[in-house]
Design a protein around this ligand. Structure first.
Ligand SMILES: [Mn+2]
Length: 281
């Protein structure tokens, strides 16, 4: 379909359910037909059920969704750092252009976002020949100026031509030999690679409660930061309330009400396809 908007999510270990809330918010706010591409790894046994629910959720509203399993693909990355609040799944986004060769352009969204407006305007943004659109964040609190990698409009043709995946994985591996030096997983090596070679999409398309008061004009809200303050754990803000309104409309509402506590208990104890990997792998 020609006017279809391609959206990519990356998920592991139940985050496809978090991404479903993001997808619901995009569907509720966007007029164009959507195709969701979910790149994922999982340790859980209800994958098939969750995927089926997810795909039916999209198709019942006239959209499409497909899952791309990435366990073997991420092994190609080799040794990558694990941090206190991320794992190898954070690097999945680097492979989107390579692993979905039919995509010319894709809007990548972290699972921890919700749309609060139509994403078509962002989707159609002119990148002026640059490979990436992302939100510029100014220097603050010891963090250098950078772009946030939670919402990225990617020119996939450019990413493939430049072999961005290999280059960024290489930077991550060289700079960070299995320790915690990266302040933010994929984001630091992506910034090191792209420098200023991207288009600033502006704060409305990646509004972060961590950084600012969220206004009504925010088109995409990004609940980045402390895991304990994510909306599925804390319902203490208008933005978090909005997240729950979209969650109610997904097939995963009960998961967040009940199973979630179990998930929290075991989260971190099982990693990567059920195997406990050595530190730093
Ligand atoms: Mn995020």
């Amino acid at each position: 379909m020609k006017d279809e908007i391609d959206i990519a999510f990356c998920a592991s270990d139940n985050f496809e359910k978090v991404a479903a809330v993001a997808a619901m918010s995009v569907m509720e706010n966007t007029k164009s037909p959507l195709c969701f591409h979910i790149f994922f790894t999982s340790s859980y046994t209800d994958d098939a059920i969750a995927m089926d629910f997810w795909v039916r959720m999209a198709e019942s509203r006239g959209h499409r969704a497909q899952f791309i399993r990435c366990e073997a693909k991420t092994l190609m990355f080799g040794r990558l750092p694990n941090g206190w609040h991320w794992n190898r799944t954070h690097f999945l986004k680097l492979g989107i252009a390579e692993w979905a060769p039919d995509l010319n352009r894709v809007l990548y969204l972290d699972a921890d976002v919700i749309a609060n407006g139509d994403v078509a305007e962002l989707w159609n943004m002119d990148l002026g020949g640059r490979p990436l659109g992302a939100r510029y964040v100014k220097e603050e609190g010891g963090n250098p100026a950078h772009f946030n990698s939670g919402v990225m409009l990617m020119d996939c043709d450019a990413w493939r031509q430049r072999r961005v995946m290999d280059a960024v994985v290489d930077i991550a591996r060289r700079n960070n030999p299995g320790d915690f030096k990266l302040y933010c997983a994929d984001q630091t090596p992506l910034n090191q690679y792209f420098g200023n070679d991207y288009v600033d999409i502006g704060p409305a398309y990646n509004a972060m409660p961590l950084l600012e008061q969220i206004s009504e004009n925010a088109k995409i809200i990004h609940f980045c930061g402390d895991f304990d303050r994510t909306p599925w754990k804390e319902r203490d803000s208008d933005a978090a309330q909005l997240w729950w309104e979209y969650c109610e409309k997904t097939p995963f509402k009960k998961f967040f009400d009940g199973t979630y506590q179990t998930w929290l208990k075991y989260r971190g104890q099982v990693s990567y396809n059920g195997l406990k990997l050595p530190e730093g792998l």
